[in-house]
Design a protein around this ligand. Structure first.
Ligand code: AMP
Ligand code: GLY
Length: 425
């Protein structure tokens, strides 16, 4: 089989590595891919993930049997609709279902309508009304732009003036363009965060092993928000009892709600949850695999990924058994110093040989005259799977020590909070 993967980050590298385990896969094209995955896929840096015309033309010239659309933008733009209309079976939701991530106002209204637990909120399109509302509330308070904003559209305001500034930036200064036409003003929730990715064909929902992201740039969750500096799986805060509650109160109701709205969701649905004193609540939905959650979740998947993805696409997910290893995984992201703000790139990267339970998933790198060089904020993830979380964390850090490039930066405490929870008793 020939497979197309749309996207070019560490998440896509993890998907590609896993798909390659299936012996019927003869070739994987990655559009655009990146220089660090060139050994695993044929990359085409000239075709961007949002380029519907380019991807469609590529598939006409290079027929593919199955496509996986991984990032949010092409899904929201209708890449799956387009490829399906050209006869290509796809893994990923159509645009009318990808709106669950594409519009936070849509997803908030869905949760309200179907009684799915989430933070209380109000939606505004008028700046003065939004301002008057936040001035009437205690802080902290959460301000969210409606649309996609490169993961930057959420502000946790500690003071009223910060909240008003955030509203001004989004609604008047249009710092995220159209995404700020509507904003949500949301109640601030507390508790451990859990990411649960789930396969769903629109009827059946199969949660994958849970994970924990580390979003802040600095140790002990300090500094700016990033795309994610590391992950562990499973997430020790997510007990069996909580998983059962989430299935009944969140996962199944969401899948049913989408179907009832005529927006059947097929693909990977990401539930960003907060385990609040009042029970688990939805912080956000993503219409895709998380990054860097995928880098720890897929290495623990025992069932063949292509088989699962095809079942999702055909609507036969209930007929297969999706199994995960009982072990743990840790991903330590190595970034360019300065990320998520200004950083330099273009430095040569040296990668070590890896054992069967070690992976280097490359994100921000390009091939330059046969030399792999840094080309992004988050450069790669060093991943280790092991029987225990402690071994996985130690192993991921040991692997990261063998990877070198100038100006490398990583957090030193990935998995620390999870370990203290795991080893509490
Ligand atoms: P997002 O960009 O939607 O992933 O949000 C970024 C981060 O903001 C989340 O991972 C949470 O840590 C935090 N967050 C979002 N909404 C809330 C909320 N209502 N209460 C507290 N924290 C929140
Ligand atoms: N790790 C968070 C995300 O993929 O949105």
């Amino acid at each position: 089989m020939k497979i197309l993967v749309v996207g070019g980050g560490g998440r896509e590298h993890a998907i590609i590595k896993k798909l390659k385990e299936n012996p019927t896969v003869e070739k994987i094209y990655a559009l655009p891919g990146n220089g660090g995955m060139a050994l695993d896929a044929e990359c085409h840096p000239e075709i961007g993930a949002k380029d519907l015309e380019g991807v469609s033309a590529f598939c006409k010239a290079n027929p593919v049997d199955f496509a996986v659309v991984a990032p949010d933008d092409p899904l929201v733009l209708g890449m799956v609709d387009r490829l399906e209309s050209e006869g290509i079976p796809c893994f990923g939701p159509r645009a009318n279902a990808a709106i669950i991530e594409g519009s936070k106002v849509f997803s908030k209204n869905l949760m309200k309508k179907y009684d799915i637990p989430t933070a209380g909120s109000e939606t505004f399109t008028d700046f003065e009304k939004a301002k008057a509302y936040v001035e009437s509330l205690p802080c902290p308070i959460v301000i969210k732009a409606d649309g996609l904003a490169l993961g930057k559209g959420v502000v946790i305001a500690q003071t009223t003036s910060e909240a008003v500034e955030a509203l001004r930036g989004m609604m008047l200064d249009k710092m995220f363009g159209e995404s700020g036409n509507s904003v949500l003003v949301e109640e601030f929730l507390t508790g451990p965060e859990v990411s649960v990715l789930a396969f769903t064909d629109g009827e059946t929902v199969v949660p994958m092993v849970s994970s924990m992201d580390h979003k802040r740039a600095g140790d002990n969750d300090t500094g700016l928000n990033t795309g994610g500096m590391g992950t562990v799986a499973p997430n020790p805060f997510y007990t069996k009892a909580i998983a059962g509650e989430c299935m009944e109160r969140i996962f199944l109701p969401t899948i049913r709600a989408m179907k009832a709205e005529g927006r059947t969701f097929q693909g990977c649905l990401y539930f960003g949850l907060m385990l609040t004193p009042g029970g688990p609540k939805v912080i956000e939905y993503n219409c895709r695999f998380g990054d860097p959650e995928t880098q720890v979740v897929l290495p623990l998947l025992k069932t063949d990924l292509l088989t699962v993805m095809q079942a999702v696409q055909k609507g036969t997910l209930k007929d297969i058994n999706v199994e995960f290893s009982s072990g743990s995984a840790c991903c330590v992201v190595m970034a360019s110093k300065g990320y998520p703000q200004k950083y330099e790139s273009g430095f040569p990267i040296t990668l070590p040989a890896t054992a069967d339970d070690e992976y280097v998933f490359v994100a921000g790198a390009k091939m330059d005259n046969g030399v792999l060089k840094t080309a992004g904020g988050r450069v790669l993830g060093a991943v280790k799977t092991a029987p225990t979380l402690r071994e996985a964390v130690a192993g991921a850090y040991a692997l990261s020590e063998k990877i070198t490039f100038a100006n490398a930066y990583k957090r030193t405490d990935i998995g620390k909070r999870a370990l203290s929870q795991t080893e509490k008793d």
